[in-house]
Design a binder for this molecule. Structure first.
Ligand code: DDQ
Ligand code: CA
Length: 269
């Protein structure tokens, strides 16, 4: 039984989910003794950078001194290389106009990108962004990342799929739970220090997920950033997590947000 992300978040953390999502108070769950503790963390802004406020951000990653971003919406879906400090698009490639771009991951010297409901996955040359090939994919595409062995994909449900990077076959699946309840609407992903980090669609929360069990160990409350970037367009939500492993820098942004942040997380007292 998948219940709303908001319910699971509020039950497990005592946090109301979001200004944008109703905050029902979940009934106490019986037999929660086994439910693991969830750490709540708050962001400290280390740096603020410009971000293209026309970019409907669907995927974000850092590699070798640059940000790579995939954008969505039909007719506006692109793969982009960005300069961090200026936010400028240094190179870009367009998806077919009828397609809706989604998650983005790096595999070798290729970028792999999902589409929402177009049932295809694209590969792009990392250096030139030239298209390499397009393969069939049976699932909705939301977020994408990789753990060095598999691609990891979300589809808006509580299930994450580990995919063979060459064949796209499903090697295994994990169901994400928070305080013993399934949490769905998992969207953009990033693999950070052995954990899968996901933002939950239409909330200001990041979940830090144990890839073996699906259990959420930490929730980062980025609602202040979401609030600071709230637009008239209700689709302008937190979406975009990138990790610079060498520099140990965490970047976040959102769809249509004019800003991209480097943040550090501090456990709440
Ligand atoms: N997703 O990225 C969460 C998978 C989809 C976002 C879609 C938001 C705009 C939907 C507009 C749909 C019009 C048919
Ligand atoms: Ca990412």
């Amino acid at each position: 039984l998948a219940i709303g992300a908001g319910l699971a978040l509020s039950a497990a953390t005592g946090l109301s989910p979001s200004a944008q999502v109703a905050a029902p108070v979940a009934a106490p769950v019986v037999g929660q003794d086994a439910a693991p503790a969830v750490v709540v963390a708050d962001p400290v802004i280390v740096a603020t950078y410009p971000h293209d406020s026309a970019a409907f951000t669907q995927g974000l990653l850092w590699h070798d001194g640059a940000l790579y971003e995939s954008t969505g919406r039909e007719g506006q879906s692109q793969i982009r290389r960005l300069t961090l400090t200026s936010g400028l698009v240094e190179a870009s490639a367009a998806l077919p106009a009828e397609q809706f771009g989604e998650g983005l991951a790096l595999w070798g010297d290729t970028l792999v990108s999902l589409t929402w409901t177009d049932k295809v996955v694209h590969r792009w040359d990392l250096a030139t962004l030239a298209p390499i090939d397009t393969r069939a994919f049976p699932f909705e595409g939301w977020g994408l990342t990789e753990d060095g062995t598999h691609l990891i994909a979300s589809d808006g449900s509580s299930t994450l799929r580990f995919l063979d990077p060459e064949t796209l076959e499903v090697a295994r699946e994990v169901v994400v739970t928070l305080g013993g309840r399934e949490v769905d609407q998992l969207n953009e992903l990033e693999f950070i220090d052995g954990q899968i980090v996901a933002n939950v669609w239409h909330t200001g929360f990041l979940l830090f997920i144990d890839p073996a069990s699906g259990v959420v160990r930490q929730v980062a409350d980025l609602r202040p950033l979401a609030e600071a970037n709230r637009m008239a367009d209700p689709d302008a939500v937190l979406n975009g997590i990138a990790w610079d492993a060498d520099g140990q820098r965490l970047f976040v942004t959102g769809k249509l947000w004019p800003r991209l942040y480097e943040i550090r997380l501090e456990p709440r007292e």
